[in-house]
Design a protein around this ligand. Structure first.
Ligand code: PLP
Length: 418
């Protein structure tokens, strides 16, 4: 008798995907679905982009696994060189792993070792991963943490400027949250004990909420003042997703460490952190490694991904298509009171569903995504109440595909909200 997949693993859709091409996934019967989930923000160049496929196929024939603490392989050197074109000048030292959570943990290790301090400050609603350290930093939903306490200690949670939730303007929320961060530094985690402040520039799993640039600048200022390592988790926002190569580039704040994964290699498992060589060398020798980090096929795919992002001007496309999408969603919001808020940056857009009394409405969001699936459009939800429908199309998406998605969404809205 065959084994079965664990019952703890669930799927958001009913699709059995056998093939992917561009913005579409196809099931066994050959039915196409417009994939506006991008495998949770991964397939930015679209499914099976020919240039990425060719690079991975060629590398597979040459060398699959050049274990990077045993030997070095040329693709990793080339990828590192190429990342230099997109990283801030001073962040010129890169370490590779496989999943986002590993990269987050590598950033935490580095910050703790480099500062000889213990504490990490994160923000309410963040998702940084499911392993021991990153899970302790994750507060986007109790189900990730349930039954697993006590988690790693030394993690402190400050409020994230989620203006719609507070019912305030961005400036007001920013000022409040910076004040609360200062209060936390005065009451719970002294600056001299704080190794790192870690933030997602756009809250992902927590509800697709962009942090106002002033908030990131306020954090950067405090980090500079107190010698705290400023870590930006760009796992979901990086590689052009928000209409800038890195989401922090929408403002003036500059991090000490960038954590990246997802969009880096078009679906091959690869993650990384970038920091200055000076900061990296303050970590402890031997503290970075891993069997699979910087895999040769994943590295070849990442180089090809960078080619496609550059040659097809995908960062600009994310900005333009994102503007188009947000404008259209705001138009829909005007005639659908169930959509309480529309927000986003580039191709990371959200429609937040609420009841007549303004409470989070996860049921309607679920109904809308299920109806959208029946109409051939795949969308995911997020937020602690599952009431935020998130839009993450591949960065290659065209105006026609956005329009097609909007038609399917509007029909789904009509079916689910009457
Ligand atoms: N950080 C952010 C911002 C994420 O969105 C995610 C995953 O969704 C992670 C970290 C963890 O990445 P992974 O699932 O690859 O471990």
């Amino acid at each position: 008798m065959g084994a079965k997949l664990s019952p703890l693993l669930s799927q958001a859709t009913n699709v059995l995907a056998v093939r992917g091409q561009g913005c579409r996934l196809y099931d066994e019967a050959g039915r196409g679905y417009l994939d506006f989930t991008s495998g949770i923000g991964v397939t930015s160049t679209g499914h099976c982009h020919p240039h990425v496929v060719a690079a991975a196929q060629a590398q597979t024939a040459d060398l699959i696994h050049g274990q990077f603490t045993t030997v070095m392989h040329p693709r990793l050197l080339e990828l590192t060189e190429r990342l230099g074109d997109v990283l801030p000048d001073q962040l010129d030292s890169v370490f590779y792993a496989n999943a986002g959570t590993e990269a987050v943990e590598a950033a935490v290790r580095l910050a703790r070792q480099a500062t000889r301090r213990t504490n990490i400050i994160v923000f309410q609603g963040s998702f940084h991963g499911r392993t021991t350290a990153s899970l302790a930093m994750t507060t986007s939903k109790t189900s990730y943490r349930a039954g697993l306490q006590p988690l790693m200690s030394g993690v402190f949670v400050a409020p994230f400027p989620y203006s719609y939730r507070y019912g305030w303007k961005a400036e007001e929320t920013t000022a409040f949250c910076l004040k609360e961060l200062d209060y936390l530094l005065a009451t719970q985690s002294a600056p001299e004990e704080t190794a790192a402040i870690v933030i997602e520039p756009v809250l992902g799993e927590g509800g697709y909420v962009p942090a106002p640039p002033g908030f990131l600048e306020g954090i950067a200022e405090r980090c500079r003042m107190h010698g705290i390592v400023f870590v930006i988790d760009e796992v979901q926002t990086g590689f052009g997703r928000t209409g800038e190569f890195w989401a922090f580039e929408h403002g003036a704040a500059r991090p000490d460490v960038i954590v990246m994964a997802k969009g880096i290699a078009s679906g091959f498992p690869l993650s990384a952190i970038a920091a200055s060589e000076e900061l990296m060398s303050r970590g402890w020798p031997g503290s970075q490694g891993g069997t699979y980090g910087g895999n040769a096929v994943a590295a070849a795919a990442a180089i090809a991904t960078l080619d496609v992002i550059r040659d097809e001007a995908l960062v600009g496309n994310a900005h333009d298509m994102g503007t188009l999408l947000l404008t259209a969603l705001r138009r829909l919001q005007a005639s659908h009171p169930a959509i309480g808020d529309v927000r986003g940056l580039g191709l990371m857009a959200a429609t937040e569903f609420v009841t007549d009394s303004g409470e989070p409405d996860g049921l309607t969001a679920k109904g809308v995504t299920a109806a959208a699936e029946r109409n051939g459009l795949l969308l995911l939800t997020c937020g602690p109440h599952g009431n935020v429908v998130r839009w993450i199309p591949p960065l290659i998406v065209t105006e026609e595909e956005i329009d097609e998605g909007l038609v399917a969404f509007e029909a789904a809205l009509a079916e689910s909200t009457g």
